[in-house]
Each structure stands twice: as structure tokens, then as C-alpha cells.
Design a protein around this ligand. Structure first.
Ligand code: GCO
Ligand code: MN
Ligand code: MN
Length: 395
């Protein structure tokens, strides 16, 4: 599967990353105990390097147990850095676990008790120090427990300013320390809370415009999360790209209408995965390739042993690379190019920018609405071409 002649075999240049918590997931679920041993972070680094990944990302407590002493912390970090150096692996992104400890049962940065919020802020600061030490450039905020079951408990006009103040605080902290973090906010509609605040990437994009250091903050959309909300992931990522706010991305797969599955990338909704890869890789040639990390936030099925975990990791990357080739083939197909060729009307296009004169000119323009309405868009043919490329009978 990974012979050197295999053009789909991942390399560090593909910029693939995994969370320590993803391949390290022991298969615990609400109904059952872990099915796998915890894989030590240093072995995760070695195995992912062997498979061709660029780096690993982590929550503070994926590496350093909650409550560890300063001496333990330093020993663990030294050992981890050595593994990174030995295997040429990077840590491009770090984040904070603000959901496992029971103190966060009703939220962290939006909790009612200011002492809980203080504890959360302090934990994020320490985790940012760790991230900076490991060379991370992106800092992710996923508000896993920021939410509610009983909505009578908090009005949005209370929790929204709390979250804003927290992010303003942490932006200032990052600047004061001389860190170069870019913050990436990750939305999710539900799980573990009945409802999580800022349910979608769109909610986050607006919220960011209200922050003091708006320029430091972008989004980290996740395939499964937007699917849980029944939304079109490619549209949402596209909006983030257009706003220049796509700072990070969480790739996985999800069946619509199910619990939060975190499946291997491309294992469900292959067409959605194809369109996403096409967008990120700039395959259509209309826009450049997105330069960020291709991060997989997924885990192996609970049926698997450790060998299955590495199959899972290799599969995520290999599928991405296959889809990249498929996207290139699709966009190079003359039949596709013909359909997608832009309609350029040198007379009309310049009139679509507002000026008083242009508004007048539009009024005077001759447009035969009935004739225009009769023009078919060839989308049936276009989509069938896409499906045929995906099925491997074309391109
Ligand atoms: C989830 C989330 C998390 C976050 C992670 C990084 O559904 O559990 O996707 O995996 O991405 O905590 O912030
Ligand atoms: Mn998730
Ligand atoms: Mn995620």
C-alpha cells in the first residue's frame, strides 16, 4: 500500500496532521469501556512520521496529565520534543482541554461562576505557553462544554459577552508574551452539550467581527460538525476562505442525522469530500491552493486494535491524495472546462458596479427575460461528469 512508486503515498509536503487525541483515541464510548491501550505520544509521533504525516497537534492534557507538577511537565515536554526532533515532526496547532474535568460541567469561559472562568483562562494561558514552546502557530478554541441543556439558565446576552471578554483577554495575553498565535474558533451544534453556543462556522464568523483583535482570530470548521447541523460544509469553508478567515480545518466524515461519529476522512459522503479537496487545493485554477494544515480530527472504529488505528491514519491521508488527483483530473477535463467557461459579456459586466450612470444604463439595457430563462445550465451533465471521475471511469 505504501510502496515508493505509489503517487498517493503521503509526504510531509502534503501538510497532513493528526491530533494526539485522534489516533490516541482508546475507543471509549457512552456504552463501553476503552478497547485499546493508550498509545504513548512519543510512539504516535514515530508512527505518524513513518506514515508520511507532517506533524501532530494536541490539547494540553493529551501530553501533560491534569495536575502534573512543574518537574513532571518539563520531563514530559523534553521527552516529547526529542521524539519530534528525532522524526522531523512539527506541532502546528495546540488547544486546551476545557471539557474533561468536572469543574467544566456547565462551561468554562462562559460558566456562571467567575472562579470557573478564572480557572479556565489560567488553564488556557498555561496551555498557550506550552504551545508556544512547541512552536505551534495556530491556537484552537473549541467550546465543547460552552452550552446548555436548560436554556432558562443563561441569556445569550450574558454568555456572548463572557466569551468575547475571554478571547479579548487571551489575544492580549498572546501579544504581551510575544507569541505569534492565530486563534481558530471551532463551532459545533451539539455533543457533549444538548446545545453548544455558536452552533456553526457562520455564527463564529460574525462573532469574530466583534472582537478587539479581530485580525488575530479566524475559524476551524469541521466536516462532522457542519454535517451534524445539516449544513453544506463546502459552502461554509468557502465563506471562511472568502473572508480570509480559514485558519485551520478539521477533516473527518459523518453520516447526517447520526451521533458525532468522527469517521475516517472520505469514508462517508465521498462527493462532499471530493468538492472539499477540490476547493482547498484550488484545483479549478480560479483561486490559489489554501496553505494551511490538512488536520484529521477523526478516530478509528471501536472494532480496531492498534494496527487498525494506523490503517485508519494512512487511509485518511491516502484518500485525500487520491481525491486531489481526481479533482485535478476533473478540472482538466475539456468537457468540464467547456461547461464551466465563464460567460463574459464585455458590454454588460462593467455596468454591474454601482454608479448613477450605470444605474441609468441598466434601466436602458435590453434584456429578453424569456429568452434567458430558456437557457439550460448543463448542471446534470456537469454533475454526472463529476460522478464518473469519482467512479474512475473518466480522467
Ligand atoms: C469534538 C471536537 C474536538 C476538537 C478538539 C480541538 O467534536 O470533540 O471536534 O475534537 O476539535 O478539542 O479543539
Ligand atoms: Mn468533532
Ligand atoms: Mn474538531
Amino acid at each position: 500500500m505504501h510502496s515508493p512508486s505509489d503517487s498517493y503515498a503521503p509526504t510531509p509536503g502534503d501538510q497532513f496532521t493528526f491530533g494526539l487525541w485522534t489516533v490516541g483515541n482508546p475507543g471509549r464510548d457512552p456504552f463501553g469501556e476503552p478497547v485499546r491501550e493508550r498509545i504513548p505520544p512519543t510512539r504516535i509521533v514515530a508512527e505518524l512520521a513513518r506514515l508520511g504525516a507532517y506533524g501532530v497537534n494536541l490539547h494540553d492534557n493529551d501530553l501533560i496529565p491534569f495536575g502534573a507538577t512543574a518537574v513532571e511537565r518539563d520531563r514530559i515536554v523534553t521527552e516529547f520534543r526529542k521524539a519530534l526532533d528525532d522524526h522531523g515532526m512539527k506541532v502546528p496547532m495546540c488547544t486546551t482541554n476545557l471539557f474533561t474535568h468536572p469543574i467544566f460541567k456547565d462551561g468554562a469561559l462562559t460558566a456562571d461562576d467567575p472562579k470557573v472562568r478564572a480557572f479556565a483562562l489560567r488553564k488556557v494561558m498555561a496551555s498557550m505557553d506550552l504551545g508556544a514552546e512547541l512552536g505551534a502557530g495556530v491556537y484552537v478554541f473549541w467550546g465543547g462544554r460552552e452550552g446548555a441543556e436548560a436554556d432558562a439558565a443563561r441569556d445569550p446576552r450574558v454568555w456572548i459577552p463572557r466569551y468575547r471578554e475571554s478571547l479579548d483577554f487571551l489575544c492580549e495575553y498572546s501579544r504581551d508574551q510575544g507569541y505569534l498565535f492565530r486563534f481558530a474558533l471551532e463551532a459545533k451544534p451539539n455533543e457533549p452539550r444538548g446545545d453548544i453556543y455558536f452552533a456553526t462556522t457562520g455564527h463564529m464568523l460574525h462573532f469574530i467581527t466583534t472582537l478587539t483583535h479581530e485580525e488575530m482570530v479566524g475559524v476551524n470548521p469541521e466536516v462532522a460538525h457542519e454535517n451534524l447541523a445539516g449544513l453544506n460544509f463546502v459552502h461554509n469553508v468557502g465563506q471562511a476562505l472568502e473572508a480570509e478567515k480559514l485558519f485551520h480545518i478539521d477533516l473527518n466524515a459523518q453520516k447526517i442525522g447520526r451521533y458525532d461519529q468522527d469517521l475516517r476522512f472520505g469514508s462517508e459522503d465521498l462527493k462532499g469530500a471530493f468538492l472539499l479537496v477540490r476547493l482547498l487545493e484550488g484545483a479549478s485554477g480560479q483561486f490559489p491552493r489554501w496553505e494551511g494544515m490538512r488536520h484529521f480530527d477523526a478516530h478509528a472504529y471501536r472494532t480496531e486494535d492498534e494496527a487498525g488505528v494506523w490503517e485508519f491514519a494512512a487511509g485518511c491521508m491516502r484518500t485525500y491524495n487520491i481525491l486531489r488527483e481526481k479533482a485535478r483530473g476533473f478540472d482538466a477535463d475539456p468537457a468540464v472546462r467547456e461547461i464551466l467557461a465563464e460567460i463574459v459579456d464585455a458590454e454588460v459586466s462593467p455596468l454591474l458596479r454601482y454608479s448613477k450612470a450605470n444605474a441609468e444604463a441598466l434601466r436602458a439595457l435590453e434584456i429578453d427575460a424569456d429568452r434567458l430563462a430558456q437557457v439550460g445550465q448543463q448542471h446534470e451533465r456537469l454533475d454526472q461528469l463529476l460522478v464518473e471521475h469519482l467512479m474512475g471511469v473518466r480522467g
